[in-house]
Design a protein around this ligand. Structure first.
Ligand SMILES: CSC[C@H]1O[C@H](OP(=O)(O)O)[C@H](O)[C@@H]1O
Length: 406
């Protein structure tokens, strides 16, 4: 099992190498595929071999860095015909065009756009390929380092905030939490955003169990939603929770209300990620998040969005300004997975002893479908926005003030 979504090999500064974990093959097959240029970056993001707003930004930035590395290669520049090698300003303009192409791979998550905006400034200011290579290398290394560091800080911020709320309501017992999609190490540089809070809550629970503390609030169980139609929950979050030995039970997206109302273990919070948080706190996230928020409000369960500053869109005033990506109909009408033995779930191997990928039809081929990748949760349904800077809650008028994040 590997939770490393991105492998960035910097051992040879002149020959940087990047591999991404092909998340379309998880949880049964662990396979890394090389990223060598912007085309590889575009394809891996658009096909969702790599997904998760922060991970998309990091793979995008790395693919630009590797393309700039190629610009410094005589053999590559002799073979290629896109870049005008004789005119540095023209080359820079052409590189900006390539960034625009990369940005079109997935329109909703803002992290990629934020990273490419930063890189566009570096391109504009660079006076040579060498200086540009160094500037984008430094930027990209910092992006990956900061993401992991910020996720741990964010995880602890979210856990501390929930535990203090439970203390205030005089709740001193085990509790469960809900989460949707995948917001863990497979969506980031490590630890995760919403799943990072869950990791911090589990660390807190284990300390309390080890020290034998009684009558204390501690997270005892996680209920991840399967998250159709790409199944980030059942294929990826379940994979991470098993890897970390965190007690959890996978539930169908359609069972939230019944789970909350029938659960013996009180469910006290939902933690979800974000693809774009706009100025008033409205949040784009995986399809199904909005209805989870509505149900949490109905049952009096706290609903938290967890995301780093790189997910903030400080230009868009409200959620109706967010472009919501629609995925291809076949991604809904087919379930993609690995052929397994129905009894012990071991992968069925082909003649080369490799697991066999399969697509199973679950709808009539000529049926129209609606397949939005995200929805937009109005800030009215959000109790808090957890970030590495701190946890933001609404004022007495029900408004978020996120200026500290802009
Ligand atoms: C920390 S990942 C944030 C966000 O990205 C996921 O979308 P996708 O799997 O389609 O890239 C999901 O919405 C997560 O909540």
């Amino acid at each position: 099992m590997s939770l490393e979504s991105i492998k960035f090999d910097k051992s040879d500064r002149q020959n940087l190498q990047v591999g991404i974990l092909d998340q379309l093959l998880l949880p049964y097959v662990t396979k890394y595929i090389p990223i060598t240029n912007i085309d590889d970056g575009f394809r891996s993001i658009q096909t969702m071999q790599v997904r998760g707003a922060p991970a998309i930004a990091m793979v995008g930035a790395l693919s630009v860095l590797l393309e700039i590395q190629l610009l410094g290669s005589e053999s590559y520049m002799k073979e290629q015909s896109f870049y005008d090698t004789a005119d540095w300003n023209k080359t820079k303009t052409q590189l900006q065009e390539r960034l625009d192409y990369l940005l079109s791979s997935r329109p909703t998550a803002v992290n990629l756009g934020n990273a490419l905006k930063d890189i566009a400034v570096l391109i504009n200011n660079a006076d040579s390929v060498t200086s540009l290579n160094e500037a984008v290398y430094e930027y990209t290394c910092k992006l990956l380092e900061n993401d992991l560091k910020d996720n741990v800080t964010m995880g602890n911020n979210g856990a501390t905030h929930l535990l203090s709320l439970l203390e205030k309501e005089d709740y001193h017992s085990d509790f469960g939490v809900l989460t949707i999609c995948n917001t863990g190490s497979l969506a980031t540089a490590g630890y995760g955003t919403a799943l990072g809070v869950i990791r911090s809550l589990w660390e807190d629970s284990q300390k309390k169990s080890t020290s034998g503390e009684k009558d204390v609030a501690k997270m005892a169980h996680v209920f991840p939603l399967e998250t159709r139609p790409y199944n980030q929950g059942s294929r990826l979050t379940a994979y991470e929770l098993i890897h970390d030995h965190i007690p959890s039970t996978l539930i169908p997206d359609s069972s939230i209300a019944y789970k909350i109302s029938s659960s013996d273990l009180p469910i006290k919070a939902a933690f979800v990620g974000a693809d774009r948080i706009v100025r008033n706190g409205d949040t784009a996230n995986k399809i199904g998040t909005f209805q989870l928020a509505v149900l949490c409000k109905q049952f009096g369960i706290k609903f938290f969005v967890v995301a780093p500053k790189t997910t903030i869109d400080n230009k868009t005033p409200a959620g109706d300004g967010i472009i919501v990506e629609e995925r291809k109909p076949e991604e809904f009408k087919l379930v993609t997975g690995t052929l397994v033995h129905p009894v012990d779930f071991t992968p069925i191997l082909d003649d080369d002893k490799k697991p066999v990928s399969a697509k199973v039809g679950v709808a009539p081929p000529d049926m129209d479908v609606w397949n939005p990748s995200f929805d937009v949760t109005p800030h009215e349904f959000i109790d808090g926005i957890v970030t590495e800077v701190g946890v933001f809650t609404k004022d007495s008028n029900g408004n978020f003030n996120l200026d500290a994040l802009f």
